[in-house]
Design a protein. Structure first.
Length: 443
């Protein structure tokens, strides 16, 4: 009974020997094919296999020889010597922009609002009118105070504008009148004394004349006191007039500084009491950046240090200097607050914007750094090509901060090491330095 031969794929390599067809690449030939072949076919198949193995060995040897020859050739590369680079030490901060001044402008006098000259978003200058109160009553009070002052001045013969220290009390009409009476009494008393020596006057007449002199002296002193009282009253009337005029001026509520109206609290017809807010005014030039740093960095932040503030939407950071530092840490968050003034002449920046900042705490610090082109990353590992004894070897490194095309090396290299400037062209093997230089320019 004959056995059926296995069917082999047509894509296999075929070898014709007599009447037999041999498929070389089919693995089933090892189990079934050889049994159905003649001795001649088996010999032919063995010869072909030997030839194939010889050819493969020859090709592998040729490739290995070429690779070895390529790797043995020195690679001309640019190298540099690793050295510490100027790298400012900074502290990161987060914060926001706040107004330099925020004030609720209030009324100094009570009254009814006549008009409101501003609205939300308006820019005002110092001294601009924000709100006007009805001022007719204030004008009447000014007129009343002026009349009372004039009355007090007329009582002593002065004018409302005469300074008090320039008023001669003895020249006031009441004092001059009493002075005249006093002088007459003094003259009568002198004549009476002469007549008494001549015994031409009685004792009763002498006593009457002396009493008249005493009365005249008292009336003169009283007149002087009355003038002092009138002078004090003039001072009171002048103060009342000044208050009335000031109240009239305060009927117009003015902006205390340049800024923007953030809110308006009143409308025409509303009645306001003294101290009631009529508008909220904010000063936006300069603005303040208020940020915080952690407790660990608190002792490194000082007034006068340079700070760069990064604001969303601004292409470049804004430079400033720390102007104020809180004297104590926040007990809840354990952070230290500081402020820096930012110029805002055009008013583009808004209060409340989120911002980040870098505080330069050491402008002269150095760190080990290399150009970014000297580092290559593979499978998540960053490495450089380190040159040792004329050969390049890959050296894993731990990178840190990055800035301006430079990378800080935290671990993996030492000062004085030689590395390839362009890591992309590096490979293991001998190298020839075309140019060697010390890394400069990490600022």
């Amino acid at each position: 009974m004959s056995r059926s031969r296995p069917t082999l794929p047509a894509s296999s390599l075929r070898l014709a020997t007599g009447t037999a067809i041999v498929r070389l690449h089919d693995p089933r030939i090892l189990l079934h094919g050889l049994r159905g072949l003649t001795i001649c076919s088996r010999l032919a198949l063995a010869g072909c296999a030997v030839l194939g193995l010889v050819g493969c060995a020859s090709h592998a040897a040729s490739s290995s020889s070429t690779t070895a020859q390529t790797e043995s050739e020195p690679l001309a590369v640019d190298v540099l010597t690793v050295s510490p680079q100027p790298w400012q030490t900074t502290v990161r901060s987060q914060g926001s922009l706040i107004a330099d001044e925020v004030v609720q402008v209030g009324a100094k006098v009570a009254g009814r609002v006549a008009s409101v000259a501003v609205d939300v978003g308006d820019y005002v200058h110092q001294g601009d009118v924000l709100v006007r109160l009805e001022d007719e009553e204030f004008r009447l009070l000014v007129a009343q105070a002026e009349a009372q002052l004039a009355q007090a001045c007329a009582a002593i013969g002065a004018t409302p504008h005469t300074p008090l220290d320039q008023i001669d009390k003895t020249q006031s009409p009441p004092v001059r009148q009493e002075l005249a009476v006093l002088r007459e009494a003094q003259a009568n008393h002198a004549r009476a004394l002469q007549l008494q020596q001549q015994k031409a006057i009685t004792a009763a007449e002498i006593e009457t004349i002396q009493a008249a002199l005493a009365v005249a002296e008292a009336r003169y002193a009283s007149a002087l006191n009355a003038v002092e009282e009138k002078l004090a009253l003039i001072g009171v009337r002048r103060a009342e007039l000044a208050i009335a005029k000031e109240n009239l001026e305060h009927a117009a509520i003015l902006a205390p500084f340049d800024g923007l109206i953030q809110a308006r609290q009143v409308a025409p017809g509303a009645f306001v009491r003294a101290g009631d807010a009529v508008a909220t005014l904010v000063r936006t030039d300069p603005l303040r950046y208020r940020g915080v740093v952690s407790e660990r960095q608190a002792l490194r932040v000082q007034t006068g240090q340079q700070v760069f503030v990064y604001i969303e939407g601004e292409p470049q950071p804004m430079g400033a200097r720390i102007s104020r530092v809180s004297p104590a840490l926040d007990e809840a968050s354990r952070t230290l607050a500081f402020e820096a003034d930012l110029p805002n002449p055009q008013g583009r920046l808004r209060t409340g914007l989120f911002a980040e900042a870098e505080v330069i705490v050491d402008a002269h610090a150095q760190t080990l750094a290399v150009p970014a082109s000297a580092i290559i990353e593979f499978a998540g590992v960053e490495k450089v090509w380190l040159v040792k004894d004329g050969h390049a070897v890959d050296q894993p490194v731990q990178a840190g901060r990055r800035q301006s095309g430079w990378v800080e090396i935290v671990q993996g290299l030492s000062s004085g090491d030689t590395i390839l400037r362009q890591a992309a062209v590096g490979r293991k093997g001998p190298v020839v330095a075309r140019r060697q230089e010390t890394a400069v320019g990490a600022e």
